[in-house]
Design a protein. Structure first.
Length: 364
């Protein structure tokens, strides 16, 4: 990412201007920033995934970095910290089990003194906060919703109102989503005359919450974006609005164009369609299955050499099942995919797995 230095930048907590001028803010949900550690993991440091850098680059290329504030809610920071600690503990056990069973004369593995990883990663997170605050872009932290919003959170829980969803509306994910949403609402109420992009891949954030936002914050606007392309479209609209005379659209060059073309091909759908994502109960009899690519959310290059390259890709897929009893069911899920390409440029799905707990399901 091409950070340009801005002097005397300090980490801010919700310090956007609240003047009569329109203010622009882009807020990230956890699922838009989370690192996937299954294929490649570096627990010695902390960072967001490539999506964060991509969005920053969009803002800078559009030359609206002075107008658009980046906001990371405290709830998101807490979730990210919890997720990396849990994944570290899980994979460390697996790593120890692996190295204890294999020995090679070419390698020697020594265990470092034991550390408190929670304290270690907290330090790395603070370093990362400092790092991203020293760039050209203003980055602020949205505090957790105050006690004034507690009654609203309780009402959501008892009424099962969005985003109190989670898997079968039973998990604690619904509470965290509700706390995050109330934090966003409170932030918007304190920063009137704002235009806000909320970048979330969560199906719990939809039309119901957009309507609620309009009813509570009538002098501001909210755009819920589920992938980078939707963010790009909205940022370009803001850039035109801010200065229509100097506006230049984001350059369309994509170094991943070949793999994007493959993801939109029949070959990808053939490879992905028979994967078991646990979507349909085993007792059901399926007559046929169709898969549809809804969006490509993230492409990360992992390892490569002269003959092969490996990628981690996040997509949104829709599966439509025709059942033998004449019924039909369809589900939309977030999927992480490990892909390898060989020297003949053929792409192979090595592994694929769900990256969320939520799904949108309908039957007929």
């Amino acid at each position: 990412m091409n950070w340009r230095t801005k002097s005397e930048r300090s980490w801010g907590r919700s310090d956007m201007s609240s003047s009569s001028e329109i203010t622009y803010c882009l807020i990230f949900d956890t699922n838009a920033l989370f690192q996937a550690y299954e294929k490649k993991a570096d627990f010695t440091t902390f960072s967001f995934n490539a999506t964060f850098e991509n969005v920053i680059d969009m803002i800078n290329q559009l030359d609206i970095y002075n107008q658009v504030t980046i906001a990371i809610p405290s709830v998101v920071w807490s979730e990210m910290e919890k997720q990396i600690i849990e994944k570290h503990d899980e994979l460390l056990i697996a790593y120890k089990n692996t190295i204890s069973k294999k020995r090679f004369p070419e390698y020697s593995i020594y265990e470092n003194p034991e550390i408190n990883y929670s304290e270690y990663i907290q330090t790395k997170i603070e370093e990362y906060k400092k790092d991203i605050s020293e760039g050209l872009n203003e980055v602020i932290e949205i505090p957790i919703a105050s006690n004034n919003r507690f009654e609203s959170i309780v009402n959501r829980a008892f009424s099962k109102l969005p985003p109190f969803e989670g898997k079968d509306k039973k998990s604690d994910k619904g509470f965290k989503d509700a706390l995050l949403w109330e934090s966003v609402l409170e932030f918007a109420l304190k920063h009137r005359n704002s235009k806000i992009i909320y970048y979330s891949k969560d199906n719990a954030f939809g039309e119901f919450l957009l309507k609620e936002f309009v009813e509570n914050v009538s002098d501001s606007s909210l755009f819920i974006c589920k992938n980078e392309n939707e963010v790009k479209v909205q940022l370009e609209a803001w850039a035109k609005e801010i200065d229509k005379y100097s506006y230049q659209p984001i350059e369309e060059f994509d170094e991943n164009q070949e793999i994007v073309d493959w993801l939109n091909s029949g070959d990808f759908l053939v490879q992905i369609i028979d994967r078991n994502f646990g979507l349909v109960e085993k007792g059901r009899l399926i007559a046929s299955t169709a898969a549809h690519l809804i969006s490509i959310d993230n492409i990360e290059s992992l390892d490569s050499d002269e003959n092969t390259a490996e990628y981690y890709i996040e997509v949104v897929l829709q599966f439509v099942y025709e059942l033998k009893d004449g019924g039909k069911t369809q589900e939309t899920i977030n999927v992480g995919i490990d892909v390898k390409t060989l020297d003949d440029a053929a792409y192979s799905v090595e592994d694929a797995y769900r990256t969320d707990e939520d799904e949108t399901e309908s039957e007929s």
